[in-house]
Design a protein around this ligand. Structure first.
Ligand code: XMP
Length: 312
């Protein structure tokens, strides 16, 4: 039986003895990175800086919610709003792999500067066993260059600290519970965020549209199904296709939102979710009335394979 108290005590002791200088962590507010940060913080206190980089591609209210997690955990933290920089760097970029690469490189650039300014010697990461067991040849790595926020910048001379390396997710959740940590238990969300849910070129208008549409999907699904019967992932994508519709008695030429909901265990394969029509009705009505410049909503009925979960 996994004993969270014993694990935490041993790790804190080990980190006290080995981590002598300052440390930094990029934390999403999710369970892995928050638990890793807390264990290190218990050992070295304010010599750990917890960082959240707001890329501008986060979900509605996400930065605020992350900040609440950090505050409650008692971290020494910074929330860096780098959204201008990220959006600028993606001007005229429509290729999905390019988007991922640019976002990954930008993230490292922003994070490195913070690490340098803080004089960090160590980089803490919330890596858990499945992360490194899967990496190196899995389907996941070959199909898309997954950018995991917090990935080790290659040329950074920081020593790596990975307190959760040998644990599985349920054990990490167990520790969070034992420590009384409130973390964000949201559905999986890709590192590049909403940038890869805008098919083709990104604009501020499209970010706003997909963020609002996504918030509606999340809210409606979560109101309709309890935790156990919810799909594994559910979100909105904005397509580069516009179509004709009617708005009042006028013709309108608006954007199309695709809704994706899937069942999956680990994201490697997935089956499209079969929601009740009543739920789809609510979502479509709300998106076409509440989100500006959207006049069509479609539902994605593709499994993985052959599709992927995300559209880019
Ligand atoms: P795909 O689209 O490859 O996604 O079927 C499988 C799962 O991974 C998530 N995903 C990502 N997660 N960085 C991440 O940390 C990424 O770049 C990334 N791309 C996709 C996706 O949301 C799904 O849960």
């Amino acid at each position: 039986m996994f004993d969270p108290e014993r694990f935490v005590n041993e790790k804190v002791e080990e980190i006290k003895n080995t981590v002598k200088g300052k440390a930094i962590i990029a934390c999403s507010g999710g369970v892995d990175s928050t638990v890793a940060a807390k264990i290190v913080e218990m050992a070295i206190h304010d010599r750990l800086l917890v960082v959240f980089v707001d890329t501008g591609f986060m979900r509605k209210n996400e930065a605020k919610e992350v900040e609440e997690v950090f505050k409650r955990a008692g971290f020494n933290y910074v929330i860096v709003d780098a959204s201008r920089e990220f959006i600028e760097s993606l001007k005229n970029v429509s290729d999905p792999e390019n988007k991922r690469k640019i976002i990954g490189a930008k993230f490292i650039e922003v994070f490195e500067k913070i690490a340098r300014d803080f004089n960090a010697d160590y980089l803490v990461q919330g890596t858990i066993a499945p992360d490194w067991i899967e990496s190196g040849g899995g389907l996941r790595d070959t199909i898309k260059s997954h950018h995991n926020v917090g990935g080790l910048p290659e040329n950074m001379s920081l020593e790596l600290v990975e307190p959760l390396r040998d644990l599985y997710k349920d054990e990490v959740r167990n520790i969070a519970k034992y420590l009384g940590l409130e973390v964000m238990e949201r559905q999986p969300f890709p590192g590049p965020g909403l940038a890869i849910r805008i098919i083709g070129e990104i604009s501020e208008e499209k970010i706003e549209i997909v963020r609002e549409a996504n918030a509606i999907v999340e809210e409606e699904v979560e109101n309709y199904y309890d935790f156990e019967s919810r799909p594994w992932q559910y979100f909105a994508v904005i397509l580069p296709v516009r179509s004709v519709g009617v708005h009042g008695d006028k013709r309108a030429y608006g954007y199309t939102i695709a809704i994706r909901m899937v069942e999956s265990l680990d994201g490697m394969t997935a089956a499209y979710f079969r929601p009740d029509y009543a739920l789809l009705d609510r979502i479509a009505n709300r998106i076409t009335t509440e989100v500006k410049n959207v006049n069509r909503v479609v539902y994605d009925i593709t499994n993985k394979p052959p599709g992927t979960i995300e559209w880019e």
